[in-house]
Design a binder for this molecule. Structure first.
Ligand SMILES: NC(=O)c1ccc[n+]([C@@H]2O[C@H](COP(=O)([O-])OP(=O)(O)OC[C@H]3O[C@@H](n4cnc5c(N)ncnc54)[C@H](O)[C@@H]3O)[C@@H](O)[C@H]2O)c1
Length: 304
């Protein structure tokens, strides 16, 4: 039986654990050749000496699939380039880039350090751009050489990035940036045969249950029935987005949790009033009150 991504060459970043691991296994099960990237970082990005990507590759190979390890840091410019090169050198091509790697350093904004800000924005936002940039250059060269390109990028945003999340200002800003980067890249890469979409997942991983508490309880696996918080629930959408069947879908962000897929409707022009001339500051109050009365209320910030 043929899989939905048979023979496609796929990179999944941060695929040693959690949601990325589920993606890598799901792509392999549907016939893809997978580059399993993971730096083996701790939950806060610190070095652990672990190599979870090797275990995932071993699992894929044991199940009869094809996979190779890559241990580069996705936010390192040369590392990201080497990651793209690993796919091309090993399998002769690249069809799908799934940007998923990242970590957290949660803190209220008022107490957040410069390092906490920089590390989280770097791994998520630059870690998406760096791989995207090198993959895009490869696909543009292929398209210009007359080789057919039917390529996909699937990014990973977050509910924190779409709605906000108390205590995660660095992460939320980076994930909001990733949602916009997705729209931007979809528009810029269209002519080279590349679609770009993003997901905002929710699943039980060390990232969501690591701290214990109410979140860990809400995410616990049920004793029987559908395990809605299993990370494996996130991957079918991502595998489909990586397939040739998703050709007409680009520049979209999907929230995905359990068996539920939601299209996120993002920034758009709302109610407006045009005076046709410059406003006086004292005129603005009632105008804004009128516009806000007509506008939809924002979705509440998580934890507010
Ligand atoms: N779990 C959720 O409910 C949830 C919700 C929203 C968004 N997300 C996002 O989904 C993605 C996966 O998260 P997860 O919950 O599976 O977390 P996880 O911690 O289980 O897995 C993340 C993996 O990324 C790797 N990694 C970290 N920095 C890296 C780097 N610089 N280069 C390469 N690999 C690196 C880690 O070693 C780890 O194996 C993340 O982008 C996360 O922000 C998760």
């Amino acid at each position: 039986m043929s899989g939905v991504v048979d023979g496609r060459v796929v990179i999944v970043t941060g695929a040693g654990r959690g949601i990325g691991r589920a993606h890598a296994l799901a792509f392999a099960a549907e016939g893809a050749k997978v580059v399993v990237n993971d730096i083996g970082a701790g939950l806060d990005g610190s070095a652990t000496g672990e190599s979870p990507a090797e275990q995932v590759v071993a699992e894929i190979v044991a199940a009869g699939g094809e996979a190779v390890v890559n241990g580069d840091d996705v936010a390192d410019w040369a590392g990201a380039e080497n990651l793209i090169r690993t796919a091309i050198d090993t399998y002769g091509r690249l069809d799908v880039l799934v940007n998923n790697a990242g970590f957290l350093r949660d803190r209220m904004l008022v107490g957040m350090s410069e390092q906490e800000w920089d590390a989280v924005v770097r791994v998520h936002l630059k870690g998406h751009f760096a791989t995207l940039r090198h993959a895009a250059a490869y696909w543009r060269a292929e398209a210009k050489a007359g080789n057919p390109v039917d390529a996909r990028i699937v990014n990973t945003s977050s509910g924190a990035g779409l709605q906000g999340s108390i205590g995660q200002g660095n992460y939320a800003a980076a994930k909001a940036g990733i949602a916009e980067l997705t729209i931007q890249a979809a528009a810029e890469l269209k002519n080279y045969g590349v679609t770009v979409n993003a997901i905002a997942p929710a699943a039980r991983t060390r990232m969501t249950v690591g701290a214990g508490g109410a979140m860990a309880e809400a995410m616990a696996a049920p004793e029987e029935g559908f395990d809605a918080m299993a990370p494996e629930n996130i991957s079918p959408l991502v595998v489909w987005l990586g397939s040739v069947d998703s050709k007409d879908v680009s520049g979209r962000v999907f929230e995905v949790e359990g068996g539920k897929i939601t299209v996120a409707e993002g920034w758009r022009h709302g109610p407006a009033q045009d005076k046709g001339a410059r406003w006086e500051p004292k005129e603005i109050g009632p105008v804004v009150a009128d516009l806000l009365a007509k506008a939809e209320d924002p979705v509440p910030v998580y934890g507010a």
